[in-house]
Design a protein around this ligand. Structure first.
Ligand SMILES: NC(=O)c1ccc[n+]([C@@H]2O[C@H](COP(=O)([O-])OP(=O)(O)OC[C@H]3O[C@@H](n4cnc5c(N)ncnc54)[C@H](OP(=O)(O)O)[C@@H]3O)[C@@H](O)[C@H]2O)c1
Length: 190
């Protein structure tokens, strides 16, 4: 099963500011074809691995779920958060409670028959997946601004060296950039 971390960050690699706001994403502005790109991406995944921090942000902002219809594995110790997420969609988006070893959680998603999982956030979960060497692809929009503080793309202080090959690099909107890297496990280091 493929695991992709698709996200957006500031120039200094923050995915939210110190107050958990994503207002910095406004600096990306309108992107021609952005909706189509998003649709193509979301149609390429069939499961979501999500951290409690990101889910709480979604709830606070009134979204309730990252994407209706796609099954979610919600990493948390908070059973009430899981129950609320499971009740959020009357059409019944599946929400699974996950905790502990992220590699084991990802194995469970694969056993359930899924082929490509989106790490829907946040940096804490992405860092655990990277440490377990389960991040196969990183799709990153870099917004043209600097935050100075806040959770980072891979939010951990001690991560093993991992080598990714650049697969795409292009302007995105006016002043942002879109990059895509694919994990290279043949590389000698990491
Ligand atoms: N820029 C973007 O595109 C983007 C994308 C996604 C998220 N974000 C932002 O990033 C922020 C959240 O990121 P984050 O790194 O702070 O948090 P996160 O990764 O979303 O969630 C971390 C939390 O998930 C739970 N958790 C993580 N691993 C676990 C495990 N193995 N077992 C059980 N529970 C586990 C813990 O919460 P509990 O102990 O409370 O359960 C932990 O504090 C939010 O502000 C969000 O808006 C931005």
């Amino acid at each position: 099963m493929q695991v992709v971390w698709y996200t957006a960050a500031s120039i200094d690699g923050r995915i939210a500011d110190a107050g958990d706001s994503l207002a910095f994403l406004d600096t990306i502005g309108n992107v021609a074809g952005g909706e189509d790109e998003w649709r193509t991406f979301i149609e390429s995944v069939d499961a979501i691995l999500l951290g409690a921090g990101t889910q709480r942000w979604l709830v606070r902002e009134g979204y309730a779920l990252p994407h209706r219809g796609l099954p979610i594995w919600l990493l948390t110790h908070d059973t009430e958060l899981v129950a609320a997420a499971a009740a959020a969609d009357p059409a019944g988006t599946p929400v699974h409670h996950a905790q502990g070893d992220v590699a084991r959680v990802l194995d469970g998603i694969a056993v359930a028959g899924h082929r490509r999982t989106w790490i829907g956030g946040g940096g804490d979960v992405a860092a655990q997946a990277l440490a377990a060497d389960r991040v196969d692809e990183v799709i990153l929009t870099i917004a043209p601004t600097v935050l100075g503080a806040g959770p980072s793309i891979f939010d951990a202080s001690d991560l093993p060296l991992r080598w990714f090959r650049l697969a795409e690099c292009r302007p995105h909107g006016g002043d942002a950039a879109r990059l895509r890297w694919v994990r290279d496990r043949r590389a000698a280091t990491g």
